[in-house]
Unconditional design. Structure first.
Length: 158
């Protein structure tokens, strides 16, 4: 019973770290959007970047739920230059986030970035887009179980 309590305690700690990582990644998205919006001349760039960054924190949806339709609207309205700029900005942000996410998330949840990355990729393959969220959570639980079992094995009287 003590093992289960410890596993749950460590898992909750890891989940808190996961949400902390999500906030850091949203801040990264916000900064990149601000820079991109200023460069391409979007009015009210700070508010728009903040809105997209907040939506970016929602698992699975991400910034694409706003950026892609926004670019398509400009494209079909005939402003193809702005549409391509928004699309390119979205691609840049997505690539940078995909590179940064395993490192930031891994550091916050206490799992090596490579393990977080492998877990996330495996869960995406198995469960589709929902696996992106499950990957980090499964890595957290596996780490907690491993640490509790290793402590019991190495220090059986504790």
């Amino acid at each position: 019973m003590n093992d289960l309590k410890e596993i749950l305690s460590q898992s909750v700690r890891g989940i808190r770290g996961y949400f902390k990582a999500a906030v850091k990644l949203a801040a990264l998205t916000f900064i990149l959007l601000c820079i991109g919006f200023v460069i391409i001349g979007i009015d009210h760039w700070g508010l728009k970047a903040l809105g997209v960054a907040i939506v970016d924190m929602i698992p699975i949806l991400g910034s694409g739920i706003i950026m892609i339709p926004w670019a398509l609207v400009y494209f079909f309205m005939g402003n193809t230059t702005l549409a391509w700029q928004l699309g390119l900005l979205y691609i840049v942000i997505t690539v940078i986030r995909q590179i940064a996410e395993p490192f930031v998330t891994g550091r916050e949840i206490g799992v090596r970035p490579l393990y977080t990355f492998i877990s996330t990729i495996a869960c995406i393959v198995l469960f589709g887009p929902f696996g992106a969220l499950l990957g980090a959570l499964i890595a957290i639980v596996i780490k907690a179980v491993y640490e509790v079992k290793m402590v019991r094995k190495n220090y059986p009287n504790e």
